[in-house]
Design a protein around this ligand. Structure first.
Ligand SMILES: *Cc1c(COP(=O)(O)O)cnc(C)c1O
Length: 367
């Protein structure tokens, strides 16, 4: 049996007729930049997440760059974030000439540890940027309390967590701005790149809408230097079709996780994902922890099972950030987990037999 890490063919098959019809409509209208589908998608996402403003843009990375710009964060400012995330979280700070300050993570949830944030705050700190990693919302109650106390902005990098909640409240609705990615492997993926900013602030929404079109308002008059970062009309048309399936997909991922949780319980050197009681996760990834990670990975690959390491190198140790001055040992939890994590297939279309096969192969390895 073969079990891929993700099966886009299975995901798209039931939707292709609707997607083709939606694209045909775009081809009839020829309104490829900021067509009506972009606004329709923004309105649908606002409704889905219960947040006042959605501003589409070209990628999840650009959503972060735009969010930092909109909050006026730049030269010499510091932004506290996690080292255990996709590169774009920190590069978006760097690209705005601000400085990423990495704080270690909670070893159980993989998310920024709120108890370690205050020690990293300096007079230059402007914002905290938590990531809702693998689909699990960070402890936003604790993070917002710290932000309020120190008068800091909060940007939620929610590229992996659309529809996740903390204490029943939707991710992206806690901070000043939340961001989404529609990269094809995210829970709601486009057929290309796309992203979005979410905010309840009228002022920030207006500024984000200007920043995504070169900072212009009115046309050809520029108050700021913005980006060319619009959400493509074709991608919006596709995402509008797919958004209708998202809630069911998230349920299916949680059901798959429940299956693995039970099937993989009780193995000494294997930890299944810990989900905080206050969190509702959407399982963008199902990530195991074991000291025998590399050998397990090889065993699964040899058995025809896709798996992946998210992430093998924490961001504070990346070559491009050498001038920040971090060294091995500075953030021990992130560094240790980078050597022990392995994500296995969790996508909604997994069959019972596939899940059973994955679980059997893992049990066989540890037996
Ligand atoms: C995917 C991802 C991004 C970037 O999104 P793109 O759409 O690929 O630019 C940013 N942050 C995190 C945590 C991600 O997983």
């Amino acid at each position: 049996m073969k079990v891929p890490m993700l099966d886009l063919n299975a995901q798209y098959e039931p939707l292709m007729a609707d997607i083709r019809a939606a694209l045909d409509k775009v081809f009839e209208e020829h309104h490829y930049i900021m067509g009506s589908q972009v606004k329709a998608l923004e309105e649908r996402v606002q409704e889905y997440l219960g947040i006042k403003h959605a501003i589409g843009c070209a990628s999840g990375t650009d959503a972060l760059v735009l969010a930092i710009k909109a909050l006026g964060i730049g030269d010499g400012d510091e932004v506290i974030t996690t080292p255990f995330t996709f590169f774009a979280t920190a590069s978006s700070i760097w690209r705005n000439h601000a400085k990423p300050i990495f704080v270690d993570i909670d070893p159980k949830t993989f998310n920024l540890d709120p108890q370690k944030i205050e020690a990293a705050i300096t007079p230059r700190t402007k914002a905290i940027m938590p990531v809702h990693l693998f689909g699990q919302c960070s402890d936003m109650q604790a993070i917002m309390e710290i932000a309020k106390k120190h008068n800091l902005k909060v940007i939620e990098d929610n590229a992996q967590g659309i529809g996740s909640t903390w204490n029943g409240q939707m991710s992206c609705s806690f901070g000043d701005i939340g961001t989404l990615s529609f990269f094809p492997s995210k829970n709601l993926g486009a057929m290309g790149d796309a992203g979005m900013c979410l905010t309840n602030s009228d002022d920030l929404a207006a500024k984000l809408r200007q920043l995504r079109v070169h900072g212009e308002n009115p046309k050809y008059y520029h108050k700021w230097v913005g980006l060319n970062s619009r959400l493509d009309t074709m991608q919006a048309a596709i995402l509008l079709v797919k958004l209708e399936a998202l809630a069911a997909w998230s349920d299916a991922r949680r059901a798959n996780a429940a299956f693995y949780d039970e099937a993989l319980a009780g193995i000494a050197d294997l930890q299944t994902p810990y989900i905080h009681p206050q969190a509702l996760t959407i399982y963008n990834q199902y990530t195991l922890i074991t000291s025998r990670r590399d050998a397990l990975m090889k065993h699964l690959q040899d058995s025809g099972i896709g798996c992946a390491i998210y992430y093998p190198m924490p961001l504070h140790l990346q070559e491009c950030f050498a001038q920040l001055g971090y060294k091995a040992g500075d953030l021990p939890i992130a560094e240790k987990l980078a050597g022990q994590v392995l994500s296995i297939p969790i996508y909604p279309e997994l069959s019972h037999d596939m899940k059973q096969y994955v679980a059997d192969c893992i049990r066989e390895f540890f037996a």
